[in-house]
Design a protein around this ligand. Structure first.
Ligand code: F6R
Length: 243
């Protein structure tokens, strides 16, 4: 894994946006895998700036989001559909037909999961997958546990993740307990992976991830060690656990 340490969140966001921009310039019809959460917000802001001020053209790009809460309506401000439109898609020129986010409203969720993987395959596969990381090492909503699902699937969120997400909801009962997430199979077929981590809260998990080359379902992110083209970009405070 190649590690990039940046002074602060702004610099981290810029380096992430530069990597996305370079991929789009190299391959205008690139397929991007996209995360939500607090970490990529600065990257999306910088990409919007590049689009508006520097003419970055995303009209050929296709996107696949990593995950969506199960049973949430898309006009709920906490849904990832809402987040992606609000924070990125509404401000750039990605064609709506090329935007893919797991459809959690579908009556047959298993079929939708299967179709999501088929759509990724038919697109030619993900060129650049951008990831955040949970405090517990989750990637997408692939949570620590006994086993790891490779395909897109519906999953129970761990207590730790529900608690981490609770800050965004009015009360605990409203926090989704399930999500649909791309599995490690989909993530690992990406040709290049960029993992982002910001803030002191991520120092421990980044220390664990980079402090060992072993893989374990207890730290889902550790599976990234198998991939040959991973960049881990972190802010200085998230790098505090590194020797
Ligand atoms: C979101 C996602 C999650 C987040 C992770 C970190 O699409 O896949 O795995 O990347 O929970 O979230 P933040 O960035 O809010 O710390």
């Amino acid at each position: 894994m190649k590690v990039i340490i940046k002074k602060d969140y702004l610099e981290l966001s810029k380096v992430a946006a530069n990597i996305v921009r370079d991929e789009i310039i190299r391959k205008p019809n690139a397929v991007l895998g996209l995360p939500t959460g607090s970490t990529p917000l600065g990257m999306y802001r910088e990409l919007i700036r590049m689009h508006k001020e520097e003419g970055l053209d995303l009209s050929g790009a296709t996107t696949f989001n990593l995950d969506e809460y199960y049973g949430i309506s898309y006009d709920n401000e906490q849904s990832y559909h809402y987040y992606m439109h609000q924070n990125f898609f509404d401000h750039v020129n990605i064609k709506p037909v090329n935007i893919n986010i797991p459809d959690v409203i579908d009556d047959d969720i298993d079929r939708e999961c299967e179709e999501y993987d088929n759509r990724i395959r038919k697109s030619g596969g993900i060129d650049l997958m951008i990831l955040g990381i949970g405090h517990n090492g989750h990637i997408g909503f692939n949570e620590p546990g006994e086993e790891m699902e490779t395909r897109t699937h519906i999953t129970d969120l761990t207590k730790e993740t529900i608690e981490a997400n609770a800050r965004f909801f009015e009360n605990y009962d409203m926090v989704p307990k399930k999500a649909v997430t791309m599995g490690f199979g989909g993530i690992m077929t990406a040709r290049k992976i960029l993992l982002l981590a910001n803030g002191e809260g991520k120092a421990e998990i980044i220390g664990k991830l980079l402090g060992s080359s072993k893989i374990s379902t207890r730290i889902p992110a550790s599976f990234l060690h198998i991939h040959s083209n991973v960049i881990v970009a972190v802010s200085e405070d998230a790098a505090k656990g590194l020797r």
